[in-house]
Design a protein around this ligand. Structure first.
Ligand SMILES: *Cc1c(COP(=O)(O)O)cnc(C)c1O
Length: 363
């Protein structure tokens, strides 16, 4: 039986989108490849709300995160985190011999503009990273307020992890002044895993020019200049079947309309939160709860693996907590092309299983 995935990536992909990947392979140094990749790039600029150049990478989002912190930190990076993916930037910096400090928000709380201001006012940093939507803790950080503070520090290159928000929660790259914004195909964009995307500002590229040892495959300057010089072609052979699926799915996203898409995600978020609160506390302060993934405290001490086995028989899959939250929380992903009807079907099934199996007393 085919399972519907309600995990925070990879997401279920529609048949017509998958079918695009079976088209005949074309050469990567052809006009057709340039045309396809230009078309993708222009659509992504609309989805990222940016005029900045778009870079595609045949890798997952993690790779571009590592490439970015390495390509753009000259002095010292300030990494802000409220969970696993935020912490990851710090780990990557250290493993690449890049000076970096980690600043964590309190449990279930967002990163605040005050936190960012007090760190940047030390003058020690020339790069900061923010996770827009932290997929482990289910928090959407108040990026607009944070952007106001960052604008006071023109020397800062600002990297944003938009992996679980781009295509699901509005993120206006140019308006906010984000220098590098990173996404993956397998989250809110509703595509198979396999490629990562970044928008890159001129300011960031100027910084990269002054930095030695940026590596090769993930060197943002190399990526940027190659696309410019070679008419939207890449340094090496990209995952061309993915390119077909991306181009096709981006049309579907733009046809739905970005505002409609964000609104749909908001509705999905509200449905899950309202349901969850009947049984459990939300892990995250509600005002900052994500509209693409909900992290719920496992206060009934359910065996999440057993819950998932029972869901599997009914054709669904949800997710355990991430890292050290594995058993303390569980997560429901509601991103990409998920409809209200599909989500309600999941919730009806969850309701039944939880009542029968995990909270007999209150049934
Ligand atoms: C999934 C995810 C990542 C990692 O992306 P991959 O494409 O799996 O490498 C990074 N950050 C966030 C917020 C994510 O949700």
């Amino acid at each position: 039986m085919k399972k519907k995935l309600f995990i925070p990536g990879p997401v279920s992909v529609k048949e017509d989108v998958l079918a695009q990947m079976t088209k005949a392979i074309i050469g990567h140094r052809t006009v057709a490849a340039s045309d396809l990749q230009r078309s993708i790039s222009e659509k992504l600029q609309r989805i990222f709300y940016t005029k900045n150049r778009i870079i595609l990478s045949t890798s997952s989002g993690t790779a571009l995160m590592e490439g970015a912190i390495r390509s753009f930190t000259k002095k010292r990076a300030a990494v802000f985190s409220n969970g696993f993916f935020g912490d990851l930037w710090h780990e990557m910096a250290l493993r690449n011999n890049i000076e970096a400090d980690l600043f964590r928000a309190k449990k279930g709380k967002p990163i605040t503009s005050e936190m960012v201001d007090s760190v940047l006012s030390t003058g020690k940093y020339d790069l900061i990273t923010i996770t827009h939507n932290e997929t482990s803790s289910g928090i959407t950080n108040p990026i607009e307020e944070i952007s106001e503070v960052i604008k006071k520090y023109p020397e800062i290159v600002w990297l944003v992890d938009g992996v679980s928000s781009i295509g699901g929660i509005k993120l206006e790259v140019d308006k906010l002044g984000i220098d590098v914004c990173i996404a993956s195909t397998q989250k809110c964009l509703g595509l198979p895993p396999g490629m990562a995307i970044a928008s890159v500002s001129e300011k960031a590229i100027e910084r990269a020019r002054s930095i030695d040892f940026r590596g090769y495959y993930l060197d943002f300057l190399e990526l940027y200049e190659t696309i410019e010089k070679m008419d939207y072609q890449y340094i090496s052979t990209p995952a061309l079947p993915m390119m077909n699926a991306i181009d096709y799915q981006l049309n579907k996203i733009l046809n739905e309309g970005l505002e409609n898409r964000f609104k749909r995600h908001e509705t999905l978020g509200n449905i899950v939160r309202d349901w969850a609160k009947k049984y459990f506390p939300l892990y995250t302060e509600e005002a900052y709860s994500s509209n693409t993934v909900t992290t719920i405290e496992n206060s009934l001490n359910m065996d999440i693996d057993l819950l998932n086995k029972m869901l599997e028989k009914r054709g669904f899959e949800i997710s355990n907590g991430y890292g050290n939250l594995r058993d303390k929380t569980f997560r429901i992903g509601h991103m990409a092309d998920c409809t209200v009807e599909e989500l309600e079907e999941l919730i009806d099934n969850l309701d039944e299983i939880i009542r029968i199996k995990f909270c007999k007393a209150s049934a």
